[in-house]
Design a protein around this ligand. Structure first.
Ligand SMILES: C[S@@+](CC[C@H](N)C(=O)[O-])C[C@H]1O[C@@H](n2cnc3c(N)ncnc32)[C@H](O)[C@@H]1O
Length: 291
């Protein structure tokens, strides 16, 4: 749930020079990446960052809890997935799979999936610690290794969707593996956040980037190879990708920052959260009868 950036200063400095590939690095830029380069960067990044991510956010996420976003919206309260008992549920980009374990506790038949072996290692450790076992699969959300109509519900909290080059393909893959009438719910960074620096303080209150710049945020190493990639889509892009895959948008949640919640998560802070949304949760459904 975080743009783990090399620092906004570095990004700021580089931003004026973002006319294609950076020649020397490491650094930060906005440029097009191929799907293969993106996948390679994501696997490497999340494997390397897994321990750090869990150390920093594991306490907030819980061992068996479903938290949609840094604003702290919980599935137990929001009920965006509907009744999950007895349902077959796939969690994409599960990380340490706390959400999958919570779903299992509600009686769902869950499969948790992630691209990163490092993140799945934490999921295995947490299964041992909690005694809640869910099947874990290592795969790319852009090529789901499941049969068509295998699941009633697919969900993710900030997993996979912002980290793939072709998120429209992920929408089509999710549509394929869902049964008719199935539900697809995912949270991402709110699109409007992309116009600001990744700064939880006053520095993050000034618009500096174009909302319409779809080039991904890329961190790169000394050879120029991408090491971290995160993608921006406008609200309209997200809606078109969902509808294009065959989904109907049921709801769009923009969680408000709750009173008394003071915990900062990367660029998400009470200061910014009180002024504008930090997360968008898309709730969609596949038609019950295929047209
Ligand atoms: C910000 S973390 C979110 C993890 C978890 N859902 C949570 O709430 O903490 C993003 C996750 O997406 C996973 N991911 C990135 N690209 C992916 C892909 N192409 N397919 C599946 N998972 C991916 C990462 O490995 C990482 O575990």
């Amino acid at each position: 749930m975080e743009i783990e950036s090399a620092g906004d200063d570095a990004f700021d400095d580089d931003f004026d020079e973002m006319e294609g590939y950076a020649d020397t690095g490491p650094g930060v830029t906005r440029r097009v990446v191929t799907a293969a380069e993106n996948r390679h960067a994501s696997r490497g990044w999340w494997d390397a960052d897994a321990d750090n991510y869990q150390a920093e956010h594991g306490g907030f996420l819980g061992e068996a809890d479903f938290v949609w976003c840094p604003e702290g919206l919980r599935e137990a309260d929001a009920k965006l997935l509907g009744d999950v008992a007895g349902r077959r549920v796939l969690e994409l980009g599960c990380g340490a799979a706390a959400s999958a374990r919570w779903l299992a506790g509600q009686g769902a038949h869950v499969v948790a999936m992630d691209l990163s072996a490092g993140m799945l290692r934490h999921a295995r450790d947490a299964a041992k610690a909690t005694g809640i076992e869910v099947p874990l699969v290592q795969a790319d959300a852009a090529a789901l290794p499941f049969a068509g109509a295998a699941f009633d519900i697919v969900c993710t909290a900030f997993g996979a969707v912002p980290f793939v080059e072709d998120s429209a393909l992920v929408m089509r893959e999710v549509h394929r593996v869902l049964k008719p009438g199935g539900r697809w719910v995912f949270s991402v960074t709110h699109p409007m956040r992309w116009i600001f620096l990744d700064d939880p303080t006053e520095g993050g209150l000034h618009a500096v980037h174009s909302y319409f710049d779809r080039r991904p945020y890329v961190e790169y190493d000394e050879t120029g190879a991408a090491t971290y990639v995160e993608h921006h889509r406008t609200m309209g892009d997200r809606l078109r990708e969902l509808v294009g895959a065959g989904f109907t948008l049921v709801d769009l949640i923009e969680p408000e920052w709750p009173e008394g919640h003071e915990q900062i998560w990367g660029q998400w802070s009470p200061l910014r959260g009180r002024l504008f949304p930090g997360t968008a949760v898309f709730v969609s459904e596949k038609a019950a009868v295929l047209r």
